[in-house]
Design a protein around this ligand. Structure first.
Ligand SMILES: [Zn+2]
Ligand SMILES: [Zn+2]
Length: 409
């Protein structure tokens, strides 16, 4: 019998997105599911499930688009031999959701078996430079492991957990619920065994029947170079042990990078503020600047302004993906105005001001005029005063002259 076109089965266009396909599948699956008394159709449902499986798998969809049903022969098992009796005990909503979650074939098993252990999170604080160069840290985690006394069974020595008679080991039972929407069947955890599928008659004294006990476990965490705050490392199997022989969950290490005394980081680049003196800014010279690998010499040009940024190529942080490459370091120069001056310094600065033609006080007649104007324009706020703006470059040239003059004498 020839198969129907999958796009036709799902009633979507050839260009449909995965979301379109999911949406269509959801509404059709509800209608066609064999548990649906009014419009259920097992054959049609299997056809729908197969179309869904192929069209939501990019590889299979591509093959199907190119070669039709021939293209995916053998690569898609199909649902012809699928037996819905295997799913007894599960509501069809569960089955539809399992489909949409993509775990229909592998993860949709009976309850009561081994359980995957839960994941754990650990906050790890590291130093600024450790984040840049990478490091190895020992962390101790409080996690659940199999109880050594009962080897995880939860039953006291000489006894074994017995299969629950309430649910035949399924861990779940059906319950008829009356609600606004009428009668429906819900799947609930078995009240006799609390969803375990087994009952422990004589619990192990050490773990009280849980099968798991809290244990301190030490891990060595390799922090790669280039990480930043908020970065997560995953240690597979570092989490809690699952019950009934289930596997370990994972351990997520959340990194917090401490601030540095002088450096700040922006991605792979490092920023540093460096103060230079007034004479240095005016005359130029050389200074020592710290980098993450020690000091380096940089040249200050004469007449350097505060806020000037000097870029040190490849002196930044190592890149996370490729630690052969590095960011840059930016040195932000701040010209420091001297605060405490000696008598001699004051004399020199006064001399400098004089040579520059700079008057440090406003003339009394100017102030009087301003007062007079202010009275007249009491209600007007825009009294701009550009009177004393000076040409900065000529000012610096004069500073240079004064210091040179001082050095010569
Ligand atoms: Zn135990
Ligand atoms: Zn039970």
């Amino acid at each position: 019998m020839s198969k129907r076109d999958y796009y036709e089965v799902l009633d979507v266009a050839k260009s449909a997105t995965v979301d379109d396909i999911k949406k269509s599948f959801r509404s059709k699956a509800r209608k066609l599911h064999p548990d649906n008394k009014d419009s259920g159709d097992e054959k049609a449902f299997k056809e729908l499930a197969e179309a869904y499986e192929v069209l939501t798998d990019p590889q299979k969809r591509e093959l199907y688009d190119k070669y039709g049903h021939e293209g995916i022969n053998g690569s898609s098992p199909g649902f012809d031999n699928f037996n819905f009796q295997d799913l007894a005990g599960f509501g069809f909503e569960d089955i539809i959701e399992a489909f949409l979650g993509g775990n229909f074939r592998q993860g949709f098993g009976r309850r009561g078996g081994p359980e995957q252990g839960s994941h754990l999170k650990y906050n790890l604080e590291i130093e600024f430079l450790e984040a840049i160069f990478g490091t190895t840290k020992k962390v101790v985690i409080d996690r659940l492991e199999d109880c050594p006394k009962c080897e995880g069974s939860g039953a006291a020595a000489g006894s074994k957990p017995i299969t629950c008679s309430g649910c035949n080991g399924m861990g779940q039972v059906q319950q008829v619920v009356n609600s606004w929407f009428g009668q429906s069947v819900q799947i609930i955890a078995c009240p006799q065994c609390h969803g375990n599928g087994t009952i422990i008659e004589k619990p192990c004294a050490d773990c009280k029947g849980a099968g798991l006990v809290k244990t301190n476990k030490e891990f060595e965490v390799n922090v790669p170079p280039g990480v930043q705050s908020g970065f997560k490392l995953r240690l597979t199997g570092g989490g809690n042990k699952g019950r009934k022989g289930g596997s370990f969950g994972d351990l997520y290490i959340l990194l917090h990078v401490k601030e540095h005394e002088i450096f700040t980081r922006d991605g792979d680049n490092i920023h540093l503020e460096k103060a230079i003196s007034f004479p240095m800014a005016a005359l130029g010279g050389e200074i020592l600047v710290p980098t993450i690998e020690g000091d380096t010499v940089i040249t200050i040009h004469p007449g350097t302004q505060s806020g000037t940024v000097i870029t040190l190529r490849d002196k930044g942080a190592l890149k996370l993906a490729n630690s052969q490459k590095r960011g840059d370091q930016y040195v932000h120069l701040i010209v420091k105005t001297p605060e405490k001056l000696s008598g001699e310094q004051i004399k020199l600065f006064e001399e400098l001001a004089q040579i520059s033609g700079e008057s440090l006080k406003i003339d009394k007649t100017v102030k009087d005029t301003l007062k007079h104007q202010a009275k007249e324009k009491k209600n007007s706020a825009d009294t701009k005063n550009n009177e004393n703006s000076k040409d900065e470059s000529s000012f610096f040239e004069k500073i240079v002259d004064v210091f040179k003059h001082k050095a010569d004498s």
